[in-house]
Design a protein around this ligand. Structure first.
Ligand SMILES: Cc1cc2nc3c(=O)[nH]c(=O)nc-3n(C[C@H](O)[C@H](O)[C@H](O)COP(=O)(O)O)c2cc1C
Length: 337
């Protein structure tokens, strides 16, 4: 069940997906309370950063990551096109104490694809593989790859790329089971991940539209993957990670993760966000998480609006406590109590 990469053990094989603007350090720390086997940072785009600012971003991302409440490796994800930059990035991540490097070959956004990075690399597999090989050679850390099924339905080249990536030393592959041209539309095609699984011997992780124990089970059954990665399903519902781990892999953390009430969890996420970004930015950034947490409650639109626009930290903390302690949550929350 556990996945071993060099001397890292990823257990359970239920991972938190990288999500730019979402899986920042505070959110990953919150997710770690629910015992994922791996969390992945937001992508760090090589060309957006000068060298010193890249180093700063990596350092901030890794701060304290080995000493959290739960032992769970953090992968730092990099997105880029230039061989030199990407291998430099790998060296920085290792130097700063990173544990694992994930290469982004799946981002469909125009601003990334326009730089020939993310899923654009699937159209240029020779260059992509040269770049990945240089990353593997630049570091002793395990290098993993996250990609889509292909650029479009005519070019589903994930199995071929995966095989070549395995041959040059990539240790695990995650497939977001859509093509680039699907962006986030339609349904993830989990059964297409099986073609990758059939081609390589390294672990394959299925990703896309896993939002419940049922969808997790179907994704594994159809893809034969070695594990799952959850993205949007965990925003505002981080406990779905431990629910999936128990339901799919009968995994129970050795140490019961916590005894937090939902109000305490939401306020802990708020406090960590303020701590990381400072009060002004932290409050603004936390609003999108709060909006997702609020989806667990039955409340009026005006109440929701007043919460996500409140600009007093103290008042918002009090409101969170009142609302989440007194309202009925519409899903099981046993593992968090
Ligand atoms: C807001 C957002 C940001 C994302 N940022 C990244 C990213 O930085 N790197 C990456 O590889 N994928 C990124 N993704 C894709 C997710 O990791 C995941 O592959 C996709 O959302 C499908 O999984 P899901 O249905 O579980 O969300 C992002 C997705 C979302 C919704």
């Amino acid at each position: 069940m556990a996945i071993n990469l060099n001397n890292l053990t990823l257990d359970p094989p239920v991972f938190l997906a990288p999500m730019a603007g979402v899986t920042d350090k505070p959110s990953r720390d919150i997710a770690k309370l629910f015992s994922p086997g791996l969390v992945v940072s937001e992508m760090i785009v090589s060309s957006d950063n000068g060298k010193s600012s890249f180093e700063k971003v990596v350092r901030a991302n890794l701060l304290g990551s080995k000493h959290g409440t739960a032992k769970c490796p953090t992968a730092v994800q990099i997105a880029g096109h230039e061989i030199q930059w990407m291998s430099y990035a790998a060296k920085v991540i290792e130097f700063e104490g990173g544990e694992l490097i994930d290469v982004n070959m799946g981002c469909p956004a125009k601003k990334i694809v326009g730089k020939l990075a993310g899923s654009a690399l699937m159209k240029e597999p020779t260059h992509a593989l040269n770049m990945i090989e240089s990353i593997v050679n630049a570091t002793n850390l395990p290098v993993t790859l996250k990609m889509r099924l292909g650029w479009d339905t005519e070019n589903m080249n994930a199995p071929k790329i995966a095989k070549s990536a395995e041959n040059i030393g990539v240790q695990m592959i995650t497939i977001h089971a859509r093509t680039r041209n699907q962006f986030f539309k339609g349904k993830a095609i989990w059964e297409s991940v099986k073609a990758v699984k059939d081609t390589v011997s390294i672990p394959v992780i299925v990703n896309g539209d896993i939002i419940s124990n049922e969808s997790g089970k179907s994704a594994i059954k159809e893809s034969f993957a070695d594990g799952i990665m959850v993205g949007r399903g965990a925003i505002g519902r981080p406990w779905c990670i431990s629910e999936l781990a128990e339901s799919l892999y009968n995994y129970r953390p050795k140490k019961k993760s916590n005894s937090l009430l939902m109000s305490e969890l939401v306020n802990l996420h708020f406090a960590k966000t303020l701590d990381f970004y400072g009060n002004e930015n932290g409050l603004r950034i936390f609003r999108k998480h709060l909006a997702k947490y609020l989806k667990n409650l039955v409340i009026s639109p005006s109440c929701r609006y007043s919460l996500v626009t409140d600009d007093s930290v103290k008042a918002l903390e009090r409101k969170i406590k009142f609302l989440f302690d007194n309202r009925k949550v519409n899903m099981t929350y046993d593992q968090c109590r």
